[in-house]
Design a protein around this ligand. Structure first.
Ligand SMILES: Nc1ncnc2c1ncn2[C@@H]1O[C@H](COP(=O)(O)OP(=O)(O)OP(=O)(O)O)[C@@H](O)[C@H]1O
Ligand SMILES: [Mg+2]
Length: 503
């Protein structure tokens, strides 16, 4: 098949109030290739893709698709008709509607003036089966796990028979098996001559699918090159504008007093008799496969989900935590996995997001907020975490994905917490910001704050934790120390299913 240029973008400019998101950006895409669009959080990747797919109108610049110039009045409908499909970074589905209803949204099958649900369900089942997805088309999307919702989003884009497919961090919530399935699909689409633009902060996955890369930084085009794994350091340097020396900047601290102790915690099927402790001066990693019960454990400790039994001690004192408010008061805070749903109020300003859980500190005894202290608190959080934003008054939802995550962390660091639980804190975060989050955990550790670090990415759990507990099927199945932790050992514990052994 002859290689044909299918997208040509030149001199693209796009500003938002206070931010120049795109400044003279160019991009080329050819048929039958996977192009990785790389750059740090806030570089402008999603914005550029929203311009291409008609979500945003560009301020100026030229765009050609299949050699045809697209006009200024380009919109999502026209983009779809031209064969452009996009899987957005943040899940974009109607949670109360079924899988089939979501997939056919806006192009429903109508028979005799009525929705033909049977036909839509059947067709959806066909699409899902083709993709090897085991999901009932009638399931309400909100009831699905995040990873399944993401797969539905992918199915939706594929069902439109797109010729240009944009995937904005499709794998951030997927299990490794689902990622393999997705990569198989991507390879098939490439073979069929489609053009795929792929955005991801998981740089180690690029080698499996990517042909070429385009790199952006601070809203500008930096360079493009053939993808070559051996040039990864060079690629990162282009993204970040400097070299990143240490990927996992672990620091050594003297182990201090016991800060957190959890004893025989039970809460539902995935939290069974969990006992562990965290000392000052250490980061305790929690490893395990998707569905091992790690998130459920953090939620039960933090008081989001009810505990059936078990005790929690902080600084040797028994605390009774029935809700997140109890937990925050006791000095234990959680940076949740799903930041959009549980971690942020996307319609509120950055300042409000940071002050909201800290009103007890910021209010005087008559209940009015000390505006000056509030302003200082958010300013400090922004500076400490190097959050990239025009000012603290903008909506949290307008920040790039990684910067949103930093706001979630920032609001907890503003108060004197004793234990911070991080659940997948680096998901969707760029290489440089990851190192910032690691340094942040180090800082807490050095200040004698207990850090519990749940992560599905083996290299980072091994790289940053002093001790690692491994979970499988709702139980703790093993414990390793920094020096004796290997990927194999973790996996052995992570797959130690009781039932299998009994059979
Ligand atoms: N709707 C919006 N309103 C205001 N500012 C916006 C909006 N969308 C994006 N921005 C700003 O434009 C810049 C580029 O954001 P964009 O989301 O394109 O980054 P990104 O490269 O996709 O980052 P990430 O890797 O974190 O997803 C950021 O500074 C962001 O705050
Ligand atoms: Mg983005």
């Amino acid at each position: 098949m002859e290689r044909q240029q299918i997208v040509k973008m030149r001199g693209i400019m796009k500003s938002f109030p206070g931010v120049k998101a795109l400044d003279d950006v160019k991009l080329d895409l050819y048929s039958g290739e996977v192009l990785a669009l790389l750059g740090e959080n806030g570089a402008g990747k999603s914005t550029l893709m929203k311009v291409l797919s008609g979500v945003y109108m560009r301020d100026s610049g030229e765009v050609e698709i299949f050699g045809r110039k697209i006009e200024q009045d380009w919109n999502t409908t026209k983009a779809q008709e031209a064969g452009v499909a996009i899987i957005h970074q943040e899940l974009n589905m109607c949670r109360h509607m079924s899988v089939a209803e979501n997939i056919f949204l806006g192009r429903e099958i109508i028979k005799n003036g009525q929705l033909d649900n049977k036909a839509m369900n059947e067709e959806t089942a066909g699409i899902l089966a083709q993709l090897g997805m085991d999901i009932d088309p009638r399931t309400v999307v909100g009831d699905l796990q995040v990873s399944k919702q993401q797969m539905v989003e992918i199915a939706k884009a594929l069902s439109k028979d797109a010729k240009i497919l944009i995937m904005d961090e499709p794998t951030s919530a997927l299990t490794s098996k689902e990622i393999d399935e997705l990569f198989a699909i991507i390879r098939k689409l490439r073979q069929e001559g489609k053009g795929i633009i792929y955005i991801s902060h998981r740089l180690e996955e690029l080698k499996h699918i990517v042909d070429r890369v385009t790199i952006m930084r601070d809203g500008r085009y930096i360079t493009e090159m053939e993808f070559d794994e051996s040039r990864m350091d060079e690629i990162i340097a282009h993204m970040v504008g400097r070299e990143i020396k240490e990927k996992f900047p672990r620091v050594f601290c003297e182990k201090g007093e016991k800060i957190l102790e959890v004893k025989h915690l039970n809460a539902g099927r995935l939290v069974r008799d969990i006992s562990f402790d965290v000392y000052a001066g250490e980061i305790v990693g929690v490893a395990g496969l998707m569905g091992a019960g790690r998130t459920e454990t953090t939620r039960a400790i933090f008081g989001v989900d009810p505990k059936e039994s078990g005790e929690v001690f902080i600084d040797g004192k028994k605390v009774s935590i029935h809700s997140p408010v109890d937990s925050i008061k006791a000095g234990l805070v959680l940076v949740p996995e799903d930041r959009k749903k549980d971690g942020l109020c996307t319609r509120l300003s950055i300042r409000d997001n940071i002050s909201l859980p800290n009103l007890d500190i910021l209010c005087n005894r008559w209940g009015t907020v000390n505006k000056k202290a509030e302003g200082e608190m958010s300013k400090k959080a922004v500076e400490n975490l190097k959050i990239k934003l025009p000012n603290t008054e903008v909506d949290a939802g307008s920040l790039s994905g990684g910067n949103q995550q930093k706001v979630v962390v920032g609001k907890w660091l503003a108060r004197n917490s004793r234990v911070v639980i991080f659940d997948e804190p680096t998901r969707g975060i760029d290489v440089a910001a990851k190192v910032e989050i690691y340094n942040l955990m180090n800082n807490l550790k050095q200040q004698g704050i207990g850090v519990l670090f749940v992560s599905s990415e083996m290299p980072e759990v091994m790289g940053m934790s002093d001790r690692i507990i491994v979970m499988c099927d709702g139980k703790i199945t093993g414990e390793l120390f920094h020096d004796n932790a290997t990927q194999d050992r973790i996996l052995t514990f992570a797959t130690r299913f009781e039932n299998k052994l009994e059979q």
